[in-house]
Design a protein around this ligand. Structure first.
Ligand code: AMP
Length: 420
């Protein structure tokens, strides 16, 4: 379906055509008419589906003729990166529309707070904020939500995971009851339904394939011991110029720093993004990565959700993420909006059961590959930590092992040398 068929104003159609958006994505096709019809929405859609435009476009459409520079729409997002990115998308779509937006997030110095305060006082149509920083401004008493018509919660499940439930409810307490509320979440656990019940009014439910990696992501996993991981990573990215933009996810800030040190020692243009960096440094690192000055970005899960970077061709999970949903988010960094990409996960014996849970969430078996021969023996794929008497073996092999391994061999040539 085209955006024109969705009934959007010509000023938005012009911006969309400049941006090269030809057809609406499924979430846009389903959500835009409902939002234009002023109904509440509870939408289950993962990042990479075009969900940001799905809520921004109809809001801007309503603002086309009615920009008042008083807060009409509040978008709440879990992280500063996501808030900034949503704000940037608004700026792009609103290029020919007389509507304004400002981002409000923490992580900077006191002068950032002051400039956000000035901008809020001056007035804006759309405020995009992270919960904590918005509360700080609300406590100062100058945020005027009396003209607010729309509340949008993006990545609601992530916000609850980060412990923002109380903050969200406090913010909602400041808003007019008569408003349109749109809630977007990658997953629909019971706590999301509970939140939805308390802040949405007879929402239209929209659900796109839950917890499935975007099509176009080629997935594989390497079975490796911890001492093999660093060499394996080096091997995965060495001499592969087609992987021009690579994200490596590690579970801790410490590992992120270690990997950055190791990779830069090997001559890679590599940078880190973790909560150890202050906001300005994180943004600068992201900018350099987006503009291809940096080839490899090593990050914690601070970057796994929502962040939109085009042209990433390889995602490496240096560790298996603790939360199965995070796997979907992490590998969603590649193959965004119709492109293709590769996602590789390194699994040590301790993480095998965790990875099996991921496979049951995504309802598919990811091909398991052995590490290249020169790195030594790979551990066996085993998911049940049952100690068997007399064998000394910590793991029992799952019944399907033989079958999986046979199937995996077909994929192996693609990624690593065959084991002799
Ligand atoms: P999101 O799911 O909002 O993070 O969007 C993922 C990516 O898809 C972003 O780079 C968008 O700019 C892009 N995108 C969104 N809608 C469309 C569309 N209709 N056509 C092409 N690209 C799109």
């Amino acid at each position: 379906m085209t955006f024109k068929e969705l009934g959007l104003e010509s000023s938005l159609l012009e911006a969309l055509s400049y941006m090269g958006f030809e057809k609406a994505t499924p979430i846009q096709e389903q959500a835009i008419p409902v939002i234009l019809d002023n109904k509440d929405i509870l939408a289950c859609a993962q990042t990479g589906t075009g969900k940001t435009a799905a809520f921004i476009l109809p809001i801007l459409n309503k603002l086309c003729d009615s920009s008042t520079n008083q807060i009409n729409t509040l978008v709440i997002a879990p992280t500063r990166e996501l808030a900034l990115q949503i704000d940037q998308q608004i700026q792009a779509f609103a290029y020919f529309v007389n509507a304004t937006s400002i981002p409000v997030y923490g992580g900077g110095d006191g002068s950032d707070f002051e400039s956000q305060k000035r901008a809020i006082r001056k007035g804006t149509d759309i405020l995009v904020a992270t919960p904590g920083k918005l509360i700080s401004h609300l406590n100062m008493g100058y945020v005027d939500f009396s003209k607010l018509e729309h509340l949008i919660l993006d990545e609601a499940d992530r916000m609850l995971d980060m412990g923002f439930y109380d903050d969200i409810m406090r913010i909602v307490g400041f808003l007019p009851k008569d408003r349109q509320t749109l809630m977007f979440s990658a997953t629909m656990p019971p706590k999301i339904r509970k939140l939805a019940k308390s802040i949405l009014l007879q929402p239209v439910e929209i659900s796109l394939a839950i917890s499935k990696p975007a099509e176009g992501v080629l997935q594989a996993a390497y079975l490796a011991y911890d001492h093999q991981k660093a060499s394996l990573l080096k091997n995965l990215i060495a001499d592969k110029p087609s992987y021009s933009s690579i994200i490596v996810f590690a579970s801790t800030k410490k590992k992120v720093s270690e990997l950055v040190r190791a990779l830069s020692g090997q001559g890679y243009k590599v940078e880190a993004v973790s909560s150890d960096l202050d906001q300005k440094d994180r943004e600068a690192a992201l900018r350099r990565f987006k503009s291809s000055e940096t080839r490899v970005l090593v990050a914690t899960d601070v970057l796994s959700r929502g962040i939109d970077i085009k042209g990433i061709n390889l995602v490496v999970n240096y560790d298996v993420p603790g939360d199965a949903e995070d796997y979907v988010h992490r590998i969603g960094r590649t193959a965004r909006a119709d492109s293709t990409g590769v996602a590789l996960t390194i699994i040590n014996p301790e993480d095998m059961a965790k990875f099996a849970r991921i496979e049951s969430l995504i309802e598919m078996k990811v091909p398991k590959l052995d590490v290249p021969v020169e790195l030594g023996e790979s551990p066996e794929w085993a998911t049940r930590p049952v100690r068997r008497a007399g064998t000394g073996s910590k793991f029992r092999r799952p019944g399907r092992k033989g079958m999986d391994r046979k199937k995996d061999r077909r994929h192996r040539g693609k990624f690593s040398k065959k084991k002799n």
